[in-house]
Write a protein that binds this ligand. Structure first.
Ligand code: ADP
Length: 481
């Protein structure tokens, strides 16, 4: 209304009664609006206060939660640090355990070499029946102890993930053939036939770990012979799949033996497990062989199975993928066993341990070799420089001049005889060094006649000599094996 007053005064505006009513109406509306605005302002203020309260509560909660999270993170950080520490300690423990096992095996194998070797020497002398019986019993116990020692060592290495597979070109027929050849005397002794069936159309050269494949086959064929009393054992292998340069090869060992109860078949692959409690009493053994077989096959990315029927026999088979050696066209190599080819060849043997030296000397002499034996690497070198030598057998760890230096000196002196290292070591670096130095073969101590013979036969293939007969009771297959 105030704004009308100057206009009324100047006569430019009039207020009628109706106008006065309107003014009153506006006035009351204005007041109502003002009251409403105030109310709204109060409401806003109230809401603001409420929001501020809520904000405070929220801030307090966020703060509390942040603190809780910080604590949680701290606890986790501590747990992680403890875990990392525990892991480091476990890794250190595992390294120490492997180191301990490697040293122990070396320490135990060295005297075992003496025990087994001297027993072989003893057995070749004149003995009364009673004495021979005692010597045989000691020999069997020593052999069992050595097998157990090697099995425990292998299994602990496998379980610690410390067993590396070699990747070298190998012949399938030779690999299987060698195991069959080595085990055939056991089969013959029990009056069993041992047959190896070689497939005619299989590519033979593959890349793999020959030593470990032989170990698997030795376990399976050894068991088959052990648990069979009549009939025989059949060994075979065949290519089941091929993808480019990768072949899946299935190896099979079938026997006509005692069989395994169905409910035991899955268990026998566990360590220290035998199919029934009387097995140890009747057949001996430790129940480690098949555990090693399964671990090795798994390491090779393969699988192993058994089918068996009580009193009818068992069939063990495993399949592993193997890379083909490219460009092979030739059929299998021949597994040979030289007989008279060794007569008169000259071997030089050096080992600072007198018992081991004697063992090697006797063994080589029994193959009709002429042997020069010495405990000094210097004397060995001198002998090789001044006399013709066909094979040099040397120990690795010797005082003054060790095996590595001796090999170096032999090469420097341009003495071309193949060097065979005899060692109880398992230290991979040392074995690798031997290979790099170009040694012809490594014989693990305690050395065995069969192992020495195998090495000599293999090396003999480089000589133009006549080969003897294969000592397997029966081998079926294409010519060549
Ligand atoms: P070991 O032969 O030292 O007892 P293995 O792990 O090689 O240990 O074998 C475990 C068990 O499986 C044997 O004790 C035996 O009961 C059973 N077994 C293995 N191979 C055969 C087989 N060819 N025939 C019958 N039983 C077998």
């Amino acid at each position: 209304m105030g704004f009308l007053r100057p206009l009324i005064r100047e006569g430019r505006a009039e207020i009628s009664n109706d106008g006065l009513d309107l003014v009153e109406l506006w006035k009351s509306r204005l007041e109502a609006e003002r009251a409403l605005r105030k109310e709204a302002e109060r409401m806003v203020e109230y809401r603001m206060r409420e929001l501020a309260e809520i904000r405070k509560v929220l801030e307090r909660r966020v703060h509390e939660r942040t603190r809780e999270l910080e604590l949680e993170i701290e606890v986790r950080r501590q747990a992680e640090a403890e875990l990392a520490k525990a892991y480091r300690e476990a890794a250190q423990d595992s390294r120490m355990k492997s180191q301990f096992l490697a040293s122990m095996s070396h320490e135990i194998r060295t005297p075992m070499n003496g025990v087994i070797g001297m027993l072989q020497v003893l057995a070749s002398t004149e003995l009364t029946e009673e004495q021979r019986d005692y010597a045989d019993t000691i020999r069997r116990c020593a052999d069992d102890l050595l097998v157990l020692l090697n099995d425990i060592l292998d299994l602990s290495r496998l379980e610690a993930g410390r067993l590396d597979l070699e990747q070298t070109p190998i012949s399938l027929a030779d690999t299987v053939g060698h195991v069959v050849t080595l085990l055939s005397p056991l089969a013959v002794k029990k009056g069993l036939s041992l047959r190896l069936i070689v497939p005619p159309e299989t590519q033979d050269l593959v890349v793999g770990d020959g030593l470990r494949l032989r170990q698997i086959l030795t376990n399976l064929i050894g068991n088959a012979i052990k648990f069979t009393h009549s009939g025989g054992v059949f060994v075979s292998f065949r290519q089941v799949r091929r993808l480019d340069d990768l072949v899946h090869v299935q190896f099979e060992v079938q026997d006509t033996g005692i069989g395994i109860p169905e409910d035991q078949q899955a268990r026998i692959f566990e360590r220290f497990t035998q199919s029934d409690t009387s097995t140890t009493r009747l057949y001996g053994g430790t129940g480690l062989g098949l555990a090693i077989v399964r671990s090795l096959v798994t390491l090779m990315d393969g699988d192993v199975h058994v089918e068996s029927e009580l009193a009818r026999g068992s069939r063990f088979y495993f399949t592993v993928p193997l890379k083909l050696v490219p460009g092979q066209t030739t059929p299998r190599r021949t597994v040979t066993a030289a007989s008279s080819a060794l007569v008169g060849l000259r071997a030089l043997v050096v080992d600072d341990n007198h018992v081991n030296l004697k063992v090697a000397q006797h063994m080589l002499k029994s193959f009709a070799l002429e042997v020069f034996a010495t405990d000094s690497a210097a004397a060995a070198l001198e002998h090789a420089r001044t006399n013709p030598v066909d094979f040099i057998f040397t120990d690795l760890y010797m005082p003054e001049i060790d095996g590595f230096v001796l090999i170096e000196q032999i090469q420097k002196a341009e003495i071309h005889a193949p060097v065979i290292v005899m060692t109880a070591t398992n230290v991979p670096e040392d074995l690798r060094r031997c290979q790099e130095a170009g040694v012809a073969a490594i014989l693990q101590k305690p050395i065995h006649r069969n192992g020495v013979r195998e090495v000599l036969d293999t090396l003999l293939e480089r000589f133009p000599t006549k080969n003897g007969e294969i000592k397997v009771s029966e081998i079926v297959g294409t010519p060549g094996i």
